[in-house]
Write a protein that binds this ligand. Structure first.
Ligand code: CA
Length: 220
């Protein structure tokens, strides 16, 4: 899942960015509401983590603008304001969730996963398909009870395919979910990840839909 982090506190942003990466998310960062607005219009991102106190525009106004344009992008608000009124206002404006600063990064990650599951087809952080078990919060994959050692990007590809089981992911979709802005992407990067994954997974687990993309069946 590709997350856009909108936060003007650079120190907090750097820390969050690192944590999100460690947890297997792709995150891009902007520090103003205008930059965020441009990005949500022109770039594919799956979710917004939005600070309310931004230098150029109140985060709440940005949220309002996003909803007025009918963008159904999930938004998780971060704020130093701790009043119930603000919380209600945020949720009324169409925020999906709300965290008051200071917060625990693990709580933020857990809430992101809830939103992520809502977007996908998985109903818990552990997905089991045909003996392949993927635990998104523990970062573990096993097949027939044997732990598989997957590099970060392979884990991310498998996670996307398993959490969206039954749906086809095009190469472009996978690329956009795996790579951050400015990150160098070889033209065959996705094929290479799929190739390596297939060697570790049961035969036929990842299907190629020629000219369209890849998919994992809901149950094999
Ligand atoms: Ca701020």
């Amino acid at each position: 899942m590709r997350i856009l982090l909108v936060e003007d506190d650079m120190q907090l942003a750097r820390g969050l960015h690192q944590s999100l990466r460690t947890e297997g998310f792709t995150a891009n960062h902007v520090s103003s509401a205008n930059a965020a607005w441009l990005t949500v219009q022109t770039n594919e991102c799956d979710m917004l983590i939005l600070d309310l106190g931004l230098p150029d525009m109140d985060g709440m106004s940005l949220l309002k603008k996003i909803r007025q344009h009918n963008l159904r992008l999930p938004v998780l608000i971060l704020t130093a304001r701790d009043s119930i009124d603000d919380k209600i206002k945020g949720l009324d404006q169409g925020a999906d969730d709300y965290l008051s600063k200071p917060f625990d990064v693990q709580e933020l990650i857990a809430r992101i996963r809830v939103i992520e599951r809502r977007l996908g087809t998985a109903t818990s952080s552990v997905v089991n398909i045909a003996g392949v078990e993927l635990d998104a919060s523990a970062h573990l994959v096993s097949y027939a009870g044997q732990a598989l050692d997957l590099p970060r990007k392979e884990f991310m590809v498998l996670k996307i395919l398993m959490e969206q089981a039954g749906r086809i992911q095009s190469r472009e979709q996978l690329e956009s979910k795996l790579y951050e802005w400015g990150e160098e992407v070889a033209s065959n990067a996705i094929e290479v990840h799929i190739h390596h994954l297939r060697k570790k997974l049961p035969e036929g687990f990842i299907k190629t839909i020629r000219g369209v993309g890849y998919s994992v069946a809901k149950s094999l």
